[in-house]
Design a protein around this ligand. Structure first.
Ligand SMILES: C[S@@+](CC[C@H](N)C(=O)[O-])C[C@H]1O[C@@H](n2cnc3c(N)ncnc32)[C@H](O)[C@@H]1O
Length: 295
């Protein structure tokens, strides 16, 4: 299995810079052991958010397939442990298109491959190790995938509330698309009556154990402090803070939980048209298909 590395991923110097500003972005948690911690969380019965998102992913894919056609490459951003793969290949027949998995964590790629061997045995997937939050990397990935497959990409940004809390991500995706490409997003949205349910995900033992990986890299033991989770109404985001003893709080997770009007506006402002959007009200989750806006 070949993994193509593009640009630099996370390093100690970057982390030091962020910690000075009392932030540890979640991307610092995922490499190495973080990949296994994520797998434990993803498989946990208590991770109800994951189940809600998978339902939307599965139903949403069946709704968009006729709009986009099957002659397409799939550029899967952050496959995690690959839990979406069986659903994806149940709906998609790649034909001449290629599957590409893109992640910041080698361990995530290994887990995705190990847990989904039967799906990958005859499709020759492409793997990229890169930080898609840094400018330019995703453009290189998308162009490389096209040079090896069809001239049309479907980018999957599915179940990625954390990545979508970084405003740069939509810019980077937009820059890596052409008019024939599509972007499919699934994400938990806000529901003012279900804030307890929304916040519960971030208080799970397994979630904190994943966050403790980033803290450990920054020199903190999670047992030497306390976590606090809140909903930031102005930003439509869940935020998790860690308070080390005798120091000020560190912001260690943000996850975007949009409301429909504001989400539509943000996608439009980022230069996307929205041929399909569905809000699954009972599980307060969106499935959205985007294209680059025609100028
Ligand atoms: C929340 S998990 C979602 C995984 C999967 N979509 C699912 O639903 O199970 C986030 C995934 O995105 C990857 N990721 C997070 N930040 C990234 C970044 N800046 N660049 C590339 N991959 C990133 C993580 O390593 C992980 O595989």
């Amino acid at each position: 299995m070949k993994i193509k590395k593009i640009g630099k991923t996370t390093d100690k110097k970057d982390l030091e810079y962020y910690v000075k500003h009392r932030v540890i972005p979640v991307r610092f948690c995922y490499p190495k052991n973080g990949g296994n911690r994520w797998h434990r969380l993803r498989q946990s019965e208590s991770y109800k958010l994951g189940k809600r998102e998978l339902k939307t992913f599965s139903d949403g894919l069946t709704k968009i397939i006729d709009l986009i056609g099957e002659q397409i490459n799939i550029v899967h951003l952050g496959p995690g442990d690959g839990i979406e793969i069986p659903i994806l290949f149940n709906v998609f027949n790649l034909n001449d298109g290629r599957y590409a998995g893109v992640d910041i964590s080698e361990q995530m790629i290994y887990n995705t491959v190990r847990l989904n061997k039967s799906y990958f045995s005859d499709i020759n997937p492409l793997w990229y190790l890169t930080d898609i939050e840094a400018r330019g990397n995703l453009e290189l990935v998308c162009a490389d995938v096209k040079s090896k497959g069809m001239n049309k990409n479907l980018i999957l940004l599915t179940n990625q509330g954390v990545l979508l809390s970084n405003l740069e991500i939509l810019k980077n995706i937009h820059n890596s698309m052409h008019k024939q490409d599509y972007l499919f997003i699934t994400i938990e949205g806000d529901d003012a009556n279900k804030r307890d349910e929304i916040i519960a995900t971030y208080n799970l033992r397994e979630t904190r154990s994943l966050l403790s990986e980033g803290l450990k890299k920054a020199g903190y033991k999670s047992c030497d402090g306390t976590f606090r989770t809140c909903f930031n109404d102005n930003k439509s985001m869940v935020e998790v803070y860690f308070k080390p003893k005798n120091e000020s709080e560190i912001l260690c997770l943000t996850s975007y939980k949009p409301r429909e009007n504001e989400f539509r506006r943000r996608l439009k402002d980022s230069g996307f048209d929205i041929p399909f959007l569905k809000f699954y009200e009972d599980i307060h989750t969106f499935a959205v298909l985007c294209r680059k806006e025609e100028k």
